[in-house]
Design a protein around this ligand. Structure first.
Ligand code: ZN
Length: 72
């Protein structure tokens, strides 16, 4: 009673997301809500500290500190 009927689960992303947005900001403290609307997410704040960038854990957007924006 061996069944060759194997299921192969190919987990392809049904809705491949486009490349994460890169958003230039002038402050190390940024807010992201995913852009609002149905595609948004709860409003969260990030502090990129000394790294100069931070990625949103919800929508994968990357916030990058603009050059020369520090402490002016
Ligand atoms: Zn986000």
């Amino acid at each position: 009673m061996s069944s060759p009927n194997e299921k192969t689960l190919v987990d392809t992303a049904p809705n491949a997301l486009p490349a994460p947005e890169v958003i230039e900001v002038t402050s190390t403290r940024v807010m992201c809500d995913g852009g609002g609307g149905a595609l948004g997410h709860p409003r969260v704040w990030y502090d990129m500290g000394d790294d100069g960038f931070v990625e949103c854990g919800y929508c994968d957007r990357r916030f990058v500190l603009k050059d020369g924006a520090d402490g002016h």
